[in-house]
Design a protein around this ligand. Structure first.
Ligand SMILES: CC(=O)SCCNC(=O)CCNC(=O)[C@H](O)C(C)(C)COP(=O)(O)OP(=O)(O)OC[C@H]1O[C@@H](n2cnc3c(N)ncnc32)[C@H](O)[C@@H]1OP(=O)(O)O
Ligand SMILES: O=C([O-])CC(=O)C(=O)O
Length: 443
């Protein structure tokens, strides 16, 4: 197979970057960059600096930067890749940017488009597996199963099994698997959507459409939903390495499991209500709130009461709080700006804005959460609902199509830079008690 420009660029970049990691590891491996306390060992390793990625970085105040660019800067930099008549750049151009850190030319983005088209067909055996699952299976279970079912096609697993794959060459078959997975995920997601919710009628992939536009068409949507899909996939792509879906995928891949095993595992983590599933939970919570008022938008006072009722029953307010962020998530803001333009009078959108006015105060008064501001999940469902994608248990699958871009770009680089198998050390409670008593572990 002739090598694509993306692959050549990536090869040069990985080879040029590798010595930096080798030097750091060899010459500065003992340099201390963090310390770990008992609270962190018990509390989910919060803030422990022990993962490395150059694809995105999350600042607690500012939010995410992709390859050093904020969300508005990313959209601005990819302006030349906006689809005619739309507002959002193609996912193809963004994926090139995530993988290489460079803004692609029109030709380079076109090449990614062509690569995806070559690889996107969903094998019949995947469809057979999906159809054999109980139809009321959660779409995330179907999505995860669909991904792991394709493992038999892994180029990485095949090349590794041949017994002569050098460590420095491992990124190459990982790249092949990543490209195939990214290309197929929208088709897999659309198949699940139409099978579960649209009477099992399906819409064929359109060879002329980019990934976002094609996904919109395959689920039965029209413009401007194609831009919603592009925006959604780009915004959800990456959130540095420590979040559950990215970290799980990285961890599994660190055992040299291939991209299919690794991303299927990541999807299982994304399906948790404290992570990606929160966007489904937000819509559920909003609908429940409206139902109590015979579908009327609540007043601020009523909303405040509903928020307290939720907290007092021991539940979290979905879409609010974050493990790292300490301000409003810029992914929330980006979606809010889109909604202001396209659905300013939508009652649910107005309710989301009202929650934004009320919830931070309630959460602050409640006094537990370190961050009373909204995250990405507080907004995404409302836009989907407005455009008619109302099956909210599907929303996390959309997240999963987007998250693949960041996770798989990371896995290619993980292999390129030869990151080790991940294996932190555990201790016993008795040890913690001893060290607590002694004022720390003697090192
Ligand atoms: C794409 C994403 O994954 S974004 C996150 C999506 N998840 C949600 O929106 C679910 C709601 N939010 C949460 O549950 C949390 O804020 C998380 C899981 C996102 C982060 O968790 P943490 O880093 O542990 O948050 P934090 O340190 O602020 O938690 C301290 C306390 O505040 C509580 N808290 C945090 N956020 C909320 C919230 N939205 N509603 C109520 N209580 C909250 C925690 O449950 C915890 O309580 P505890 O001491 O009784 O266990
Ligand atoms: O960063 C996190 O922990 C959760 C999150 O917002 C994401 O993964 O997008």
């Amino acid at each position: 197979m002739a090598e694509s420009t993306l692959k050549q660029v990536l090869k040069q970049k990985i080879e040029a970057f590798r010595p930096r990691i080798q030097k750091l590891n060899k010459e500065f491996g003992e340099v201390v960059i963090d310390k770990v306390n008992i609270g962190q060992a018990i509390g989910g390793a919060r803030d422990v600096r022990c993962l490395v990625t150059d694809i995105s970085y999350l600042d607690p105040q500012e939010g995410i930067r992709f390859r050093g660019k904020t969300i508005p800067e990313t959209f601005e930099a990819l302006k030349a890749h906006v689809v005619p008549g739309g507002e959002m750049p193609t996912v193809e151009s963004f994926f090139y940017f995530l993988l290489t850190g460079e803004i692609p030319t029109k030709e380079q983005a076109q090449e990614v488009f062509a690569e995806f088209k070559k690889r996107e067909a969903l094998p019949q055996y995947v469809i057979d597996v999906l159809r054999a699952m109980p139809r009321d299976s959660h779409p995330m279970a179907m999505f995860s199963a669909g991904i792991v079912t394709m493992q038999r096609e892994s180029v990485f697993a095949k090349r590794y099994g041949e017994g002569n794959l050098k460590k420095t060459d491992m990124w190459d078959p990982m790249y092949e698997d990543a490209m195939t997975l990214v290309a197929r995920l929208p088709v897999l997601a659309a198949y699940i959507y139409r099978m579960k919710y649209k009477g099992d009628t399906h819409i064929a992939s359109d060879a002329s459409l980019d990934l976002g536009g094609n996904f919109a068409k395959m689920i039965g949507q029209v413009k401007p939903y194609d831009d919603v899909a592009r925006m959604y996939f780009i915004l959800h792509s990456d959130h540095e390495s420590g979040n559950v879906s990215a970290h799980t995928s990285h961890l599994v891949a660190s055992a040299l499991s291939d991209a299919y095993y690794s991303y299927s595992a990541g999807i299982n983590g994304l399906a948790g209500p404290l992570h990606g599933l929160a966007n489904q939970e937000v819509l559920g919570w909003i609908q429940q709130t409206m139902k109590k008022l015979n579908n009327q938008v609540p007043s601020k006072e009523q909303l405040k009461q509903f928020l307290w009722d939720t907290l007092n029953s021991g539940q979290v307010i979905p879409g609010y709080g974050h493990a790292v962020l300490r301000k409003t998530d810029p992914r929330y803001t980006a979606q809010n700006e889109f909604a202001k333009k396209h659905l300013p009078n939508d009652p649910l959108f107005q309710l989301v804005n009202m929650i934004y006015e009320v919830a931070p105060g309630v959460l602050t008064e409640h006094g537990k959460t370190k961050n009373p501001w909204p995250n990405v999940d507080a907004h995404s469902g409302v836009i989907q609902w407005y455009y008619g994608v109302r099956e909210w248990d599907f929303y996390t699958v959309l997240f999963g199509v987007g998250r693949a871009l960041g996770v798989l770009a990371n896995l290619v680089w993980d292999r390129g830079l030869g990151y080790a198998i991940e294996r932190p050390k555990s201790v016993t409670t008795e040890m913690l008690e001893k060290w607590a008593h002694e004022g720390g572990r003697k090192i």
